[in-house]
Design a protein around this ligand. Structure first.
Ligand SMILES: [Zn+2]
Ligand SMILES: [Zn+2]
Length: 276
């Protein structure tokens, strides 16, 4: 099993490890020139771009609306339950990021109708060209995660408009949990992008990484060791160590393989070995 992780000295991101079998002399083994990476990048379509734009606009509008209403209904009596709600929301977002990332890395294929090209493609591209994410703009980086939180945020907005003040007071800590969860789910890929960016990051981002409030760069490198089988949580990374100690992902993979007969990461390996 390959186990070397190199840092890109000039561009600013971690590199994946080499596939175990050398594909071809002269063929790029990772990065934007890798044959698989070029093909995957070409599958990014205008329709997909449109879906991302709509998702970003709706999500951030709803987020601002809910934030203003949460502030307007703030009550000091809830301080501890608010803090608890926020921490629980962040932990849930970290676990969800791990689950989705693990699912997309480990199972399915780019060849699946619609879903494959739209949602599995970026995960395959990321393993063979980890620097690509640093070249994605705000819309491409955050579009899919914004789409995930639109419905819960819209539901929250509807409730704050229709519930009585007494009902809002009662449910307030739960909404803080949901709002923290929605914010961290929405920002997961932005945080992930920052974990691959080695130059030009704002100081406050580096500070949050150094305090491990968001995914630190060094921490995320562990995932980029081929065959990409651990440290899937990419929001804060708080759950990576405990889940690894528990053998959580391995157990889940063994279970799924025993039921379906599917081999974990088969499609990921196929793209890593692509030479033309
Ligand atoms: Zn991955
Ligand atoms: Zn990554």
């Amino acid at each position: 099993m390959a186990s070397v992780v190199n840092e890109n000295g000039c561009g600013g991101a971690t590199e994946p490890t080499q596939p175990r079998e050398e594909p071809d002399r002269g063929a790029a083994r990772w990065g934007p020139q890798h044959a698989g990476a070029r093909e995957l990048a070409s599958l990014y379509s205008p329709g997909k771009r449109c879906q991302e734009w709509i998702s970003v606009i709706l999500c951030f509008s709803l987020m601002a609306f809910n934030f203003i209403h949460l502030l307007a209904n703030f009550n000091l009596g809830h301080t501890w339950s608010i803090l608890l709600g926020i921490v629980a929301g962040i932990l849930t977002a970290d676990f969800a990021s791990g689950l989705v990332h693990w699912g997309a890395d480990t199972w399915g294929s780019v060849d699946l109708p619609i879903f494959g090209k739209a949602f599995i493609r970026p995960f395959r591209e990321h393993h063979i060209d980890p620097t690509a994410i640093t070249r994605h703009d705000f819309i491409e980086t955050n579009g899919d995660n914004c789409m995930l939180t639109i419905v819960p945020l819209a539901n929250m907005a509807f409730n704050v408009l229709t519930l009585s003040p007494a009902e809002i007071y009662h449910i307030y800590p739960w909404y803080c949990y949901l709002f923290a969860l929605a914010i961290f789910v929405t920002l997961t890929n932005q945080i992930h992008k920052w974990s691959h960016t080695y130059f030009g990051l704002p100081r406050w981002v580096v500070f949050l990484q150094d305090c491990h409030i968001i995914l630190p760069r060094k921490h995320h490198r562990i995932h980029h060791v081929s065959p990409h089988e651990t440290y899937f949580c990419i929001t804060t990374g708080w759950l990576n160590y405990p889940l690894e100690k528990l053998g959580f992902w391995r157990t889940l993979e063994d279970l799924i393989q025993s039921v379906t007969g599917e081999k974990p990461r088969a499609d990921d390996m196929k793209w890593a070995h692509k030479v033309k």
